[in-house]
Write a protein that binds this ligand. Structure first.
Ligand SMILES: *[C@@H]1O[C@H](CO)[C@@H](O)[C@H](O)[C@H]1NC(C)=O
Ligand SMILES: *[C@@H]1O[C@H](CO)[C@@H](O)[C@H](O)[C@H]1NC(C)=O
Ligand SMILES: *[C@@H]1O[C@H](CO)[C@@H](O)[C@H](O)[C@H]1NC(C)=O
Ligand SMILES: *[C@@H]1O[C@H](CO)[C@@H](O)[C@H](O)[C@H]1NC(C)=O
Length: 371
């Protein structure tokens, strides 16, 4: 004889959670700052090559060595540059021989690495050029020679962002001492630690914490922390660096990348996190009467990470989960729970229909026995 729970459905289901990373396949050049050697006139300005419209173009004067440049703001590993040429019976040929470069030298074109030399692009067409991961913050297109004209109707740049992402995130801390706001730890300035005014600081409290929200899941290779220089460097001793996706316990439930033994006054120390994945980077000092002061926090690694997880769940439900509309309803509810926790780019689906599971052991009071 088995005890079958008639009032409660205990079901086993497999949920697929697909996180569509924001930005993995985005055009890094879109609406970024641009410049070019000269403007043909005010209806052919450099920003028209990154406006998302392929029918408005950037266009220089006819001159010696014309160039066009976009600033991606962060350093990227550029995989591909797509260029849309002008739609014109003859002028489309002016692009022939243009060079695409990627690098970190906005003012010295020739110091940047050549990604491709354009032999030709048909009138009005878009061609892809593979850059094989050349690293740089700037993408430059130029033509060498006299009496050249550079016209670009759209330049799209695809790749992975590198460098410090901390500055792209948002921050919060457990309390704030004076004007030492949490943001001062990601202001991009390590040097200000001498003055102290460029640092974040909590009050003297129990378990003070500081948290960076990267807004997407990243694979973190290292975290660099800069300590204050004016005094009390020892306050940094025992700071835990946590990386993960949970906000429970102010983030201290997430796995630990490192516990800082000490950082000398005014120095920057790097902690290797071996590719730990997470959206939040939490710094916490456990204990009473502690103050968390940070002059700079930098986060390096890869991302955003496209994540797919399979979760096996045991539901304790009065509803019949073998019923399709009911299952869809559960996904919607689950989705809104995730959204409350900040996971909005998530696709949920059942990869297996839930089955009823017979509960072992003691049946709940309300259950009846069936032969
Ligand atoms: C854009 O380029 C022109 C020509 O080289 C230069 O005079 C100007 O200062 C540049 N503007 C910016 C914002 O870099
Ligand atoms: C260029 O790459 C895009 C995807 O990023 C693709 O859709 C398009 O077909 C490619 N164009 C050519 C001409 O290969
Ligand atoms: C989270 O931090 C705040 C501010 O320090 C504190 O009041 C609260 O008790 C903490 N919550 C947990 C669960 O530790
Ligand atoms: C916190 O306050 C206590 C009591 O005033 C003091 O002894 C301690 O040194 C302070 N700690 C820090 C880190 O400021």
């Amino acid at each position: 004889m088995k005890k079958l729970c008639k009032c409660l459905w205990i079901l086993l289901g497999f949920l697929s959670i697909q996180e569509t990373a924001n930005g993995a396949d985005e055009n890094a050049a879109l609406w970024r700052n641009t410049n070019q050697s000269s403007d043909w006139d005010s209806s052919w300005i450099s920003s028209y090559a990154v406006d998302g419209l392929r029918n408005r173009c950037a266009h220089t004067l006819t001159e010696t060595n014309p160039w066009w440049r976009v600033d991606l703001l962060n350093e990227y590993q550029v995989n591909k540059v797509a260029i849309t040429n002008r739609h014109h019976l003859t002028a489309y040929q002016r692009i022939n021989g243009a060079v695409i470069r990627v690098g970190n030298f906005p003012d010295d074109i020739y110091s940047n690495t050549v990604c491709a030399v354009i032999s030709t692009i048909p009138s009005g067409a878009t061609s892809n050029f593979s850059c094989g991961g050349i690293e740089g913050r700037y993408v430059i297109v130029h033509i060498s020679g006299n009496l050249k004209t550079l016209t670009l109707c759209e330049v799209e740049v695809y790749g992975k962002v590198m460098g410090n992402w901390a500055s792209r995130g948002t921050v919060i801390q457990s309390s704030t001492s004076g004007d030492r706001f949490a943001e001062k730890a990601i202001d991009g300035n390590r040097g200000l630690q001498q003055l102290y005014t460029g640092c974040s600081s909590t009050l003297n409290q129990t378990n003070p914490w500081w948290r960076l929200d990267l807004r997407d899941v990243y694979r973190v290779s290292r975290v660099v922390i800069t300590n204050r220089k004016d005094c009390c460097a020892e306050q940094m001793n025992g700071v835990e660096i946590h990386i993960g996706n949970s906000l429970k316990n102010n983030g201290s439930n997430n796995p630990i990348c490192a516990v800082i033994p000490a950082i000398p006054a005014g120095e920057s120390y790097s902690y290797s996190c071996g590719g730990m994945e997470g959206r939040y980077v939490n710094l916490i000092i456990p204990g009473d009467m502690k103050t968390l002061t940070l002059c700079e926090v930098e986060v390096f690694g890869e991302g955003p990470v496209l994540k797919r997880s399979i979760v096996k769940m045991l539901f304790n439900s009065r509803a019949d989960l073998t019923d399709q509309p009911m299952r869809e309803n559960i996904l919607i509810q689950f989705g809104s729970v995730l959204a409350d926790k900040g996971f909005t780019n998530v696709t949920l689906s059942w990869i297996q229909t839930p089955e009823q599971v017979i509960q072992k052991g003691k049946a709940p009071k309300s259950c009846i026995k069936v032969p």
